[in-house]
Design a binder for this molecule. Structure first.
Ligand code: BES
Ligand code: ZN
Ligand code: MG
Length: 502
């Protein structure tokens, strides 16, 4: 299995991810200097700085808005040039209601989209929470330019002028910026081509990301350690690849009281060809993003650790590449798992549940978590059921699953329950092993049942199937087209909720 020489020869050196540099500053409300300015305006007459700019420009601003019939609806914007001393004034509508955190993030994304991303900008935010706006801005401004030969580096500052700049600065720098960095790390990992992202390299990226972060320990299990734990399912999936599997474990101990941690377990298939049950040609390139769950786990733990959340949180990332090869596992093979239970592999393309079988067992045995969340791009069927707007959430405990709907609504990454009951568990009985890995439709619930087989019935557990939401063909205000980084904001919402004692 270990073809070290080839793996080494093929390992590309990954240079640092080239991304545009946006600096964020927070300042009190004042008349911005000339240049580019974005004014956030509500419905009705201009007020505050907008009214001052209007007066200083002899009413040019209000006249232009009137002629354009600008209504200041939420997220609608217009550019005006040479108003007073300003090269460009962008007027951004905020509507006429109080804005939730989620709407503020969206508004920040709209501001980013409407901005010229090469020059510095002043955003007049007034009484709005500038930290949320900046977070939404940075989420919406994400792009992956590493492989663009003509990408130009830019370094500019976006200044938010608001009534409480010091509070906004500390909220952004001490908290939200880390969350956004967690999301963007996840997006980087999911966008990186499969040829330059394999289990050991992912482990290395995680180590780098967490270097120097207080109260964090990163452990990487290789094949030898896996063999000791009898992780036949994770090792089996990785067998056909020249790149050996890894189990990456990040422990963040932020609660000195020593409470039981939350455990997040992610599917980390660095490329999913389907293995011997090989996939069709169409769209297979997207399977470079089949590590989305693991990447979101890393991003979530990063956000919590960097802000020093008062909680214990562990991330377990089950990394493998699913390749067809002479020594790959075959359909019909039986794998023994860490739990001792055996799985008959009905399709080598149902590999996510296999790596998670060992991942969740390890997390449960080693950490005895108060809550175990697994997250995976597990089935095409969840996307057909719920589209790109909702991830599927499943649990043995219906109430527990339903209780997460509100968190998703609040943070802007939504979940919807899919069934998981005894019938699904019965359907995966195997003739020759303890369970089989697939059983016709419905795909998402069967996937949940396979994973659930390796989790004790009294262990609070939810399963997130994110195969529909991890990649967007068209963007939203805070999520540009491409890898969404789905899961970091949702699981971060769960972490905050639990840390607050709920
Ligand atoms: N990684 C895929 C699921 C997937 C599909 C993710 C589309 C993102 C977009 C997974 O490993 C897979 O192949 N699932 C199979 C399961 C089947 C063989 C039971 C599927 O959904 O077809
Ligand atoms: Zn897969
Ligand atoms: Mg597959």
């Amino acid at each position: 299995m270990t073809k070290f020489w080839l793996a080494t020869a093929l390992s590309l050196s990954l240079s640092t991810f080239a991304s545009a540099k946006d600096n964020f500053a927070f300042a009190p409300i004042s008349m911005p200097s000339d240049g580019h300015v974005t004014l956030l305006v509500g419905e009705g007459d201009l007020s505050g700085t907008a009214a001052e700019i209007d007066a200083a420009s002899d009413g040019a601003l209000s006249k232009a808005l009137e002629n354009a019939e600008f209504k200041a609806k939420f997220g609608k914007s217009m550019h005006l040039y040479n108003i007073g001393d300003f090269t460009r004034v962008t007027v951004m509508g905020v509507g006429d209601e109080d804005l939730s955190m989620r709407q503020l993030h969206d508004l920040g994304g709209h501001i980013a989209k409407a901005s010229d991303n090469k020059v510095s900008l002043n955003v007049v935010a007034g009484d709005l929470d500038a930290a949320d706006l900046a977070a939404g801005y940075k989420l919406g401004a994400y792009s992956f330019k590493k492989y663009k030969s003509d990408a130009k580096d830019h370094d500019r500052t976006v200044t938010f002028m608001s009534s409480d700049p010091s509070v906004a600065r500390s909220e952004f720098e001490g908290d939200l910026n880390h969350l956004v960095e967690g999301v963007n790390f996840t997006r980087d990992m999911g966008t990186e081509p499969g040829g330059s992202m394999y289990p050991e390299l992912f482990a290395q990226k995680v180590r780098e990301k967490f270097r120097g972060v207080p109260n964090v320990k990163v452990t990487v299990l290789g094949v030898r350690e896996m063999a000791r734990f009898n992780m036949g399912a994770l090792m089996g999936v990785g067998k056909g690849s020249i790149h050996d599997p890894r189990l990456v474990v990040v422990e963040y101990m932020g609660d000195r009281g020593g409470s039981a941690p939350i455990a997040l377990v992610g599917k980390g298939i660095t490329f999913d060809t389907g293995g011997i049950s090989i996939k069709g040609n169409s769209g297979m390139w997207l399977m470079k993003a089949d590590l989305s769950g693991a990447a979101a786990v890393a991003g979530t733990v990063y956000a919590a650790a960097k802000r020093g959340e008062n909680i214990n949180l562990v991330g377990v990332m089950a990394m493998a590449e699913n390749m067809p090869a002479e020594d790959a596992i075959r359909p019909g093979d039986v794998l023994e798992t860490m739990s001792g239970k055996t799985i008959e592999v009905m399709s080598t393309d149902a590999e996510g549940r296999l790596v998670l079988a060992d991942g969740v067992r390890y997390a449960q045995d080693k950490f005895e978590p108060s809550l175990l969340i697994d997250i995976a791009t597990l089935t095409g069927s969840v996307g057909r059921a719920l589209g790109t707007d909702y991830a599927g959430i499943m649990s043995r405990d219906k109430e527990l699953a339903a209780s997460f709907i509100d968190i998703g609504e609040k943070v802007g990454e939504e979940v919807w329950p899919l069934p998981l009951n005894d019938k699904h568990f019965k359907k995966i009985k195997s003739d020759i092993a303890d369970i089989k890995s697939t059983s016709g439709s419905p795909g998402a619930s069967i996937g949940g049942a396979v994973i659930g087989t390796f989790i004790d019935e009294d262990q609070p557990w939810i399963h997130l199937d994110i195969a529909g939401v991890d990649w967007l063909d068209s963007g939203t205000p805070t999520t540009p087209k491409g890898h969404s980084g789905w899961g970091v904001r949702f699981m971060d919402g769960v972490v905050r909720d639990r840390a607050a004692g709920n």
